[in-house]
Design a protein around this ligand. Structure first.
Ligand SMILES: C[S@@+](CC[C@H](N)C(=O)[O-])C[C@H]1O[C@@H](n2cnc3c(N)ncnc32)[C@H](O)[C@@H]1O
Length: 241
């Protein structure tokens, strides 16, 4: 069956779960999702004082992780096309003192409102898989990245090693949609969509090839927490492809 990733449907789904999104992330990942974002910042640290962009920023956690690492010295921008998610991100920025140092903008990741070669790092956490055209998203992220800057993609993956692969498959496909539905007080849709979209998304070498096709070189990836999530990193080719 086709997975409906039309922008209208994806935006509506995240609008419905926005208020409980952070709680669900913490519960469903047993609290390790923030660790994956911190690891992303450690493995792809800011260099120099160029600005940093987090696309599909949602409630702003990766943008805030980069803001903490930058101690306000570098501009950090977060973009998303779902206002209710951005509203939560705004409140979090107020609470943490990041307001004015993290800029939050409504924008579609496949049509970013920035000039070519602007950001030293362009990151995305658990967002690329939701795009109706992930290759267009990768090209756009690469376009706004500075030559020799880095594009970082943090995404869920399915662990393959036995017996974790089997156990996690059961948790992810059977238990997680039920817990998600209860906590989000939402239709089953959003938390059925999660395992389905992860299962169909390219992993490891397959995603690395797509990143290379978008104009990135030196692409590497690192599985996190036994491969439940994976960080992919590429450097923008100087002077373009
Ligand atoms: C699973 S959430 C991830 C949020 C956040 N990055 C995190 O680490 O938790 C996916 C986000 O991608 C956003 N999104 C999906 N497609 C998008 C698009 N084409 N342009 C901008 N945002 C998009 C959704 O609105 C949602 O906030």
């Amino acid at each position: 069956m086709d997975l409906d990733k039309s922008p209208a449907r994806v935006r509506e789904m995240f609008s419905q779960i926005a208020a409980r999104y952070d709680l669900l992330n913490r519960v469903l990942s047993f609290g390790i999702d923030q660790g994956w974002r911190r690891r992303t910042v450690k493995l792809v640290p800011p260099e120099g004082d160029g600005p940093i962009l987090d696309v599909c920023t949602g409630t702003g956690d990766l943008a805030l992780a980069y803001w903490r690492a930058s101690r306000g010295k570098r501009p950090v921008v977060g973009t998303d096309f779902c206002q209710p998610m951005l509203e939560i991100a705004r409140r979090k920025c107020c609470r943490t003192g990041a307001m004015g140092q993290v800029t939050l903008l409504e924008a579609d990741t496949t049509q970013l409102p920035f000039a070519d070669d602007t950001f030293q790092i362009v990151g995305v956490a658990f967002g690329l898989r939701n795009l109706s055209d992930p290759d267009a998203g990768l090209r756009e992220m690469t376009r706004v990245c500075r030559p020799a800057g880095r594009v970082a993609v943090l995404e869920f993956t399915m662990p393959t090693a036995w017996p974790l692969g089997k156990l996690y498959g059961w948790y992810f496909h059977r238990l997680l949609p039920q817990i998600g539905q209860r906590l989000a007080r939402n239709t089953r849709a959003a938390y059925n969509y999660l395992p389905e979209s992860v299962g169909r998304f390219p992993q490891a070498g397959a995603l690395a090839e797509r990143m290379q096709a978008a104009g990135l070189s030196e692409v590497w990836w690192r599985p996190l927490t036994f491969g439940i999530a994976t960080l992919y990193v590429g450097r923008k080719v100087r002077g373009g492809l």
